[in-house]
Design a protein around this ligand. Structure first.
Ligand SMILES: [Mn+2]
Length: 366
């Protein structure tokens, strides 16, 4: 008889669980509807005042046997799960989100691919200073089978009295040298007005850290057919970084490369603090290729090899570094650019960590 009673009660528990399951999911669906309305209104999913009111209502109706604190705890778990559901829906809304597109974005740049699992290097001087200087660097870059040559023409400098770059003249030099060595070239622009010349001379357009939230610039490069390398802002959260990339993607340009370049913290031992965990987070949250600029992240030549190794080991799609024929006389970033011997050692040191180099000469003509 006892056996039978226990059996009956267990059946009743199963029934109640099913009802709870149905109710809890129904509640989740209502929460999602509320989330949709809040999204349209542009308000935050989490409302602590409303949560307090709901809890008070539940406690007022509690007839036991559960204690109020236990019920509070249980319902808070339900609230938390519901909030996560709303936030998931919000994130799913982003086109750059992995939830929206599960496969990796692979970008073809003159026959060289980025984002396909092969880890690449972008190297070149901080700034284009002259044809000779750029040519010397390109020779070294080519020697090591690195397909991408960088060089700044429009330089965003902290002080208006610092070297501002050669401008369009610099882009022309970079293009000329790139063509000579069959290298794809990348440089930064700072204004939507520069987009025309950038498209004329560059293979990849860079948006620098200081312009990560220059929304007009993001929208402008979003209309371009050229891939864009977007650097993380000095104090930008990963969420803000993703939303900046969204501006470019949303405007129609799906070839976006994210670049972690260190963030501003209280630490002074390095120029910025390399947020290395941002790499796997961005790889998980987005479908875009992720690079790490170790030169600007550290601001220290002696840290380039270990941080580049870390970037490759943690799954970055590539690394960016600065190289100069004679860093001591460089017009910008003289403390962290590598000379050619250091560049040789750098390549040798990081090759075993998965750096992909190519010797192919088959770059398609422009
Ligand atoms: Mn630099």
């Amino acid at each position: 008889m006892r056996e039978n009673e226990l059996e009956q009660l267990r059946l009743r528990i199963d029934e109640l669980n099913e009802q709870l399951l149905e109710l809890i999911n129904e509640r989740a669906r209502v929460v999602q509807q509320i989330g949709e309305i809040k999204k349209r209104q542009g308000t935050e999913p989490y409302d602590p005042v409303r949560e307090r009111a709901i809890l008070d209502r539940i406690i007022a109706k509690n007839n036991g046997p559960f204690k109020n604190d236990t019920l509070k705890h249980l319902f808070k778990e339900i609230f938390k799960a519901s909030l996560e559901l709303q936030e998931d829906d919000h994130r799913k809304g982003l086109l750059v989100s992995r939830k929206n597109k599960t496969s990796d974005t692979i970008i073809d740049i003159n026959g060289e691919t980025v984002g396909d699992g092969k880890q690449r290097l972008i190297a070149g001087p901080c700034a284009i200073e002259s044809y000779e200087q750029t040519r010397k660097v390109a020779e070294q870059v080519k020697k090591h089978g690195v397909p991408f040559l960088r060089g700044g023409a429009f330089k965003p400098r902290t002080s208006p009295y610092d070297f501002q770059g050669l401008g369009v003249e610099g882009l022309k030099i970079l293009r000329q040298v790139g063509d000579e060595f069959h290298l794809s070239v990348i440089s930064e622009i700072m204004s939507p007005q520069d987009l025309d010349v950038a498209e004329q001379y560059l293979d990849i357009i860079q948006i620098g850290a200081r312009n990560m939230q220059n929304f007009e610039l993001l929208k402008a490069v979003g209309t371009s057919s050229k891939p864009v390398l977007l650097k993380r802002g000095l104090s930008a959260t990963i969420d803000e970084f993703m939303k900046a990339a969204e501006y470019i993607y949303m405007a129609g340009n799906e070839n976006v490369i994210l670049c972690e370049r260190g963030i501003r913290t209280f630490e002074r031992a390095t120029r910025n603090t390399l947020d290395i965990s941002a790499v796997p987070i961005l790889k998980k949250e987005t479908h875009l290729p992720v690079f790490v600029d170790v030169t600007h992240a550290t601001g220290r030549r002696d840290l380039l090899i270990p941080t580049a190794k870390a970037a490759l080991a943690i799954g970055a799609d590539g690394v960016m570094v600065e190289v100069h024929p004679d860093p001591s006389i460089a017009l910008s970033d003289s403390a962290q650019q590598m000379d050619f011997d250091q560049f040789d050692s750098f390549i040798e040191a990081i090759k075993p960590y998965g750096l992909h180099t190519s010797v192919q000469e088959s770059r398609l003509p422009r």
